[in-house]
Design a binder for this molecule. Structure first.
Ligand code: DGY
Length: 324
């Protein structure tokens, strides 16, 4: 009975298993060739009379966009854990349900964060550039030296699921782990890390700092000239959370002056067009917002988003609702 299948649209093509499921279980237009922007998404929802929209951070829904969502839409299912591209209170106030994809991307994001830590400390970008240019001379004993990772002190800001998963990985590197969070966790969740009530108190103890807070639209950055200045000279900043957490001008200054040894970044203030001054720095390792970018994880995220659409259509509770 095709007419009873839920009608959905998506802002971006999903991994192959999820696209196959859409073909069999849902009514949907073909996947877009390129990510849809918000006006195109809303127009498509109206045209298709979709009851659910699968979105990512490429198509933000805030302010006037929320008011412009057609009445047929009953669910915004974001294929992400982050919610900073959505005005959740406004969506809920309009009676539109919201779901996201927590848990399924935790390990993948923590893996990528560990990669950023290792790459930033061990000068992966510079070594790779040297090799691509043909290498050509034996490196001296004191030439292009990195920072040893094993045994270093890692500060984690935001000890949610991903922060805890990173702490577990850091233990394998015999790192000392500190964390700052808006509240102290139960000892069983702390993964052996030491709690600091304030960020300012923790920063001077960190050789490597990794950010794992949600981004909040319009909020001032957490890492500014002042807070970066509290890190010890020669430390490393890693961010696989949200670009809005870091004042990039202050970061560039800290990397140029040598106050920071290096940085590892997956997220940027202006995506997908990062600051050219960041790109020009040698002591930075950068990836293009790919914390969840594995076949397994992107498939699991997409399937969970589709589970939410199916649950809505069946009148069942959403498996991963966003409630506030
Ligand atoms: C997430 O899931 O929030 C990722 O950062 C993709 O936006």
């Amino acid at each position: 009975m095709p007419s009873e299948k839920p009608r959905l649209i998506r802002s971006i093509r999903l991994p192959v298993a999820a696209e196959k499921r859409i073909e069999t279980d849902f009514i949907a237009p073909p996947p877009p060739d390129a990510p849809l922007d918000t006006p195109a998404l809303l127009a498509l929802a109206e045209k298709e009379q979709a009851s659910a929209m699968l979105v990512t951070h490429h198509s933000p829904l805030r302010g006037a966009d929320v008011a412009a969502i057609p009445a047929c839409v009953k669910l915004v299912a974001t294929v992400s854990v982050g919610l900073d591209h959505l005005d959740v209170p406004a969506l809920l106030a309009r009676g539109i349900k919201v779901s996201n994809t927590p848990d399924v991307l935790t390990d993948c994001n923590a893996d990528l964060t560990m990669m950023l830590i290792l790459a930033a400390c061990r000068r992966a970008a510079e070594y790779y550039t040297l090799m691509k240019n043909g290498w050509g001379h034996t490196l001296g004993m004191d030439e292009m030296l990195g920072l040893r990772v094993s045994g270093k002190t890692l500060g984690i800001v935001g000890m949610g699921r991903i922060g805890q998963a990173l702490a577990r990985r850091a233990r394998g590197f015999e790192m000392k782990v500190l964390y700052h969070n808006r509240r102290r966790l139960d000892p069983a969740q702390e993964e052996g890390a030491t709690y600091f009530e304030t960020l300012e108190d923790m920063l001077p103890h960190c050789t490597i700092l990794s950010l794992h807070m949600p981004g909040t639209q319009g909020a001032p950055p957490l890492m500014t000239a002042r807070t970066l200045g509290l890190l010890p000279r020669g430390s490393v900043l890693v961010n696989a959370a949200r670009g809005s957490l870091v004042d990039e001008t202050a970061l560039i200054d800290a990397l140029r002056s040598g106050h920071l040894f290096s940085a590892g970044l997956d997220v940027y203030q202006n995506e997908p067009h990062p600051n050219p001054r960041l790109l020009a720095l040698p002591n930075i390792f950068m990836t293009p917002h790919t914390g969840s970018a594995t076949v397994e994880t992107r498939t699991a995220m997409s399937m969970l988003a589709l589970d939410n659409v199916a649950a809505l259509a069946a009148g069942k509770p959403l498996p991963s609702p966003v409630t506030a």
